[in-house]
Write a protein that binds this ligand. Structure first.
Ligand SMILES: NC(=O)c1ccc[n+]([C@@H]2O[C@H](COP(=O)([O-])OP(=O)(O)OC[C@H]3O[C@@H](n4cnc5c(N)ncnc54)[C@H](OP(=O)(O)O)[C@@H]3O)[C@@H](O)[C@H]2O)c1
Length: 407
């Protein structure tokens, strides 16, 4: 990613009036989506909303569309079309429904697109925005996990700009010297350790969905909260960082930092370590991406260093958190392995949230599916979608087998 040329084009000369930035929010009803809408509404004159897309939460989509007046509002669920149409009747806002409509929304000409759909469902819409060269606020890490090399190739071809929204990757992006990457020794990806950081495996086996989603520092959607509890989230972020920053896997270290203030670091060959710090509020990394290359105001609480009593760090424990090992092994195996890891994890997490799988069986299901399907080579997006479907099917079988054994 060479940033300087693009930045010159995007930063207006002093005194020059700026046109509102046209934006689309994919996954507008989720945790990241709502925080993005909050940021847009704080400075409405700075943005023109092209499209908003949601999935099941039509009521919230209608509310948001009535306030932000996008040109297009889309629900991913076809059965919600009539409700959406009725809810926006008389507003002049175009409405559409279904998976293809979400992809078409991403194709519409917004300069900036927030990719905040959860899971591999975000792959095709994000890709559609990448292919037309949009700036992407990338929250949807699963997109890079399941199709990273193919996606980054498309980014290079289209001239699209990937602006990471994951707080860790936003931190790295801010301190990573893209012009002198040979000076970089390693990336240090920090992790809170999640709500089960100090639990034993036996204790974790008894944890409920409500306990797993109660993250100590961050308020997030259910899937990523469970991923944080299992530390699969950090595994997915390892793979995301590998694709975004192009460093070998053994130059990306994971470090537990329970306070979630240092969002990540880059260590240089001369011994310097550069970090980005902030309170745990997603509106800071969202603001960084939304305003890029300018810095814009965000309402996040400010750090008060005099009140921070301590920063602590510890090495992650791959014995208690096997998802970390599985993610690193998948990255090393390459090919289809990360796609399989991601899809199996999505099914296992959904089963856990549905009270149909023990917490500790999430990683067991992922490991079993990785053992069943060959890593091979990932050659195309069609291949990603096929691999994703096969891994989901295998994961459903593994979940069903564990349910039968538990009954
Ligand atoms: N939450 C955070 O603080 C955070 C931080 C860093 C990274 N991320 C990443 O950002 C992404 C979103 O996370 P989140 O916590 O915001 O998730 P979330 O609260 O569950 O929201 C997910 C969004 O995606 C939509 N959606 C779900 N399934 C869909 C489908 N099949 N097709 C189209 N849209 C679909 C949902 O629509 P409905 O609600 O209308 O059903 C919702 O708008 C994830 O990849 C996560 O890893 C999140």
């Amino acid at each position: 990613m060479a940033m300087s040329g693009a930045a010159e084009l995007l930063v207006p000369a002093q005194g020059q009036a700026t046109e509102p930035r046209s934006v689309t929010v994919l996954g507008c009803t989720g945790s990241v989506g709502c925080n993005t809408i909050d940021m847009i509404e704080r400075d409405p004159g700075a943005y023109r909303v092209e499209a908003l897309t949601a999935h099941g939460n039509v009521d919230l989509l209608i509310e948001q569309a009535r306030r932000l007046k996008p040109r297009l509002a889309v629900t991913g669920k076809e059965e919600n079309f009539a409700k959406l149409k009725a809810g926006l009747a008389g507003t002049g806002i175009e409405v559409a429904a279904g998976r293809a409509a979400v992809i078409e929304a991403a194709e519409r000409p917004a300069q900036w697109v927030m990719a905040s759909i959860v899971g591999a469902a975000g792959l095709e819409p994000t890709l559609a925005a990448v292919r037309r060269g949009a700036m992407i606020g990338l929250a949807n890490k699963e997109t890079l996990v399941c199709a990273g090399a193919l996606m980054m190739k498309e980014v290079a071809q289209s001239g699209s700009i990937m602006l990471p929204v994951d707080s860790e990757h936003s931190a790295i992006f801010q301190v990573f010297d893209f012009e002198r990457r040979e000076a970089i020794e390693k990336i240090i990806l920090t992790a809170s350790g999640g709500p089960f950081r100090t639990k034993t495996v036996a204790e974790m086996a008894e944890m409920t969905p409500a306990q797993a989603v109660a993250h100590p520092n961050w308020s997030m959607g259910a899937k990523i909260s469970v991923d944080s509890a299992s530390m699969m989230n950090k595994g997915l972020e390892l793979i995301e960082a590998y694709h975004l920053f192009g460093l070998p896997e053994n130059q990306i270290e994971i470090l537990v930092h329970p306070q979630s203030v240092i969002h990540s670091m880059v260590a240089y060959r001369d011994g310097s370590v550069l970090a980005q710090l902030g309170t745990p509020d997603m509106r800071t990394p969202i603001a960084y991406a939304l305003g890029w290359p300018k810095r814009i105001d965000a309402p996040s609480a400010r750090l008060d260093f005099a009140k921070i009593s301590q920063f602590t760090f510890e090495a992650p424990d791959p014995e208690r958190f096997p998802a970390l090992r599985l993610a690193r092994e998948s990255l090393k195996a390459g090919g289809r392995a990360p796609t399989i890891l991601n899809a199996a994890n999505e099914i296992a997490v959904a089963a856990f949230l549905d009270n149909g799988l023990r917490f500790t069986d999430i990683a067991a299901v992922v490991e079993a599916v990785l053992g069943r399907l060959p890593a091979g080579v990932l050659s195309s997006i069609a291949d990603v979608l096929e691999t994703d479907a096969a891994a989901r099917e295998a994961a459903r079988e593994e979940v069903a087998a564990r349910r039968r054994n538990a009954a």
